[in-house]
Design a protein around this ligand. Structure first.
Ligand code: NAD
Length: 480
């Protein structure tokens, strides 16, 4: 039996009368059948959200927080089961599947507590007997559009701040991971989120995503996904407030004084964790010539130890679908012309792909510039820190960057000069924590930050309030 859409607190069929299936990318088994939503469903979801918003925005924020705390508790209770859902539906290794759920728990707890802070500021007034302050107010109805690679964590990163700020949501998950989205929405409903505050419409980008982006009844869009679709969102959302979290081409710099074993652990985790399918995946290593040889020897050994297979058993799971395999294959062919294939390079049966490393790659090569979103790493050799930073900055993206060095001067120079929203010292490009802001510069987004205290800004607006208790008309800027 097909799963349903969740609109106005009811599980309903799509007006399209059509469904689609979600497939386990490791085994080829069917995860479930889901509704192929359309613009009529989006319209109904917006109507339900607008209605529910009227009451929800007036629910005191600590009360909204209570519900989010309960959602965190239910996620914890179901962590094992949900972690396996993540592994089964998108393929990542089970410890990462559990990590996906943990990130959701963390962000619900963090944002729930924000319900008791939700700070504005107070300040002085230029007039006597007058009080001035700012308060945060919700935006209204937010359209949340998410990718498949963190199928529980990314929706949670959006839903938690969206809800604590008092907004209602129309949520469209990626078509590769509708099952995980359904699980999360069920938990929110069980936790006590009122009917209509969170509405789920599954379906394609064209039939559900685009109508959400264009809908006049939606006040804001929070989008995480590819640069191409991000550009579509920016061009079609009109005057809505838009948050865009897009791709990356994240570098790890390894300096001559680095702890090479530590660097190799970080590179393997950064490049091949989640089979390279993280927006923060390390897809470039920029190594100082002095340590190129020993680093490569260690990388070869470490890569050779990785097991590939179903994420419940192996280190490296499958790519998400056959299209991702074809894309990775095509980039490997491009890479063979641009650099030297050092290891891997083969698609295996099913959706699996060998962890692949290219050496002797030029900074301008396509495999060093374009997001592949697979287990493909380009190694670029440099002669100085200055050159390493120039190379690191030579792509259009700017999400995450890392440097391995024991020199404090190099570390702080990197923090200052790397064009990235996030910089790690002696740690890989992945590892974001929910109480710190997350996001990128340049083509990685439009400047919004998710998570942390700044994550609330995306989902709220500042209102300035003046309270004049003088009992007379006081004119600002006018000489009396
Ligand atoms: P995608 O852009 O193909 O899809 C993202 C979402 O947009 C999906 O729900 C999809 O159905 C929807 N969509 C597609 N066309 C649309 C349209 N015309 N209008 C509205 N919505 C539409 O991305 P993906 O393949 O799901 O995810 C991988 C991408 O996401 C990578 O580029 C990765 O770097 C990026 N990503 C970024 C971050 C970040 O925080 N910066 C995090 C994770 C993933």
């Amino acid at each position: 039996m097909a799963e349903k859409l969740f609109i106005g607190g009811k599980w309903v069929k799509s007006k399209s009368g059509k469904t689609f299936t979600s497939i386990n990318p490791a085994t080829g088994g069917t995860i479930g059948t889901f509704q192929s939503g359309n613009s009529k469903d989006v319209g109904l979801a917006v109507r339900a959200a607008r209605k529910a918003y009227k009451k929800w925005r007036l629910t005191p924020a600590p009360g909204r927080g209570e519900i989010l705390f309960e959602a965190a508790r239910l996620l914890k209770k179901n962590k094992k089961r949900l972690g396996k859902c993540v592994t089964d539906e998108m393929g990542k290794q089970i410890s990462e599947g559990l990590g996906d759920v943990q990130e959701a728990i963390d962000v619900f707890e963090y944002m729930a507590a924000e319900g008791r802070r939700f700070f504005g500021h107070t300040t002085t007034s230029e007039s006597p007997d007058k009080f001035a302050m700012t308060v945060r107010v919700p935006l209204g109805v937010c359209g949340l559009i998410t990718p498949w690679n963190f199928p529980i964590a990314i929706p949670a990163w959006k839903l938690a701040p969206c809800l604590i700020a008092g907004n209602a949501a129309v949520f469209k998950p990626a078509s590769d991971t509708p099952g995980c989205a359904l699980e999360l929405v069920k938990i929110l409903s069980e936790a006590g989120v009122p009917d209509g505050v969170v509405n789920l419409v599954t379906g394609s980008g064209r039939n559900v995503g685009a109508p959400i982006v264009r809908h006049k009844g939606i006040d804001a869009i929070s989008f995480t996904g590819s640069r191409e679709v991000g550009e579509f969102v920016a061009a079609n959302a009109g005057l809505k407030k838009v948050g865009l979290e897009l791709g990356g081409k994240n570098p790890i710099i390894v300096m001559g004084d680095a702890d090479l074993d530590l660097a190799v652990d970080g590179i393997i985790w950064g490049a091949f964790g989640t089979t390279g399918q993280r927006c923060t995946a390390a897809s470039r290593v920029i190594v100082h010539k002095a340590v190129e040889k020993p680093l490569l020897a260690r990388l070869l050994r470490a890569t050779g130890k990785l097991t590939i297979g179903y994420g419940m058993k192996a280190d490296v799971g499958p790519l998400v679908n056959q299209a991702a395999v074809e894309k990775t294959k095509a980039y490997v062919e491009i890479g063979k012309k641009e650099g030297k294939l050092f290891c891997g390079g083969n698609a295996l049966e099913g959706n699996f792909f060998e962890p692949t490393i290219f050496t002797k790659v030029k900074p301008s090569a396509r495999i060093a510039q374009e997001e592949i979103f697979g287990p493909v790493l380009a190694i670029i050799t440099v002669k100085s820190l200055g050159e390493a930073i120039t190379v690191a900055n030579s792509t259009s993206y700017g999400l995450s960057a890392a440097i391995y060095t024991r020199d404090v001067n190099s570390a702080f120079t990197a923090i200052r000069d790397l064009e990235a929203g996030i910089t790690y010292i002696n740690a890989p490009t992945i590892g974001a924590e929910v109480h710190l802001p997350f996001g990128g510069v340049k083509a990685t987004g439009n400047g919004t930050r998710e998570a942390g205290i700044l994550g609330l800004e995306e989902f709220s607006e500042v209102k300035t309030a003046y309270v004049d208790y003088s009992g007379k008309l006081q004119k600002a800027q006018i000489d009396e």
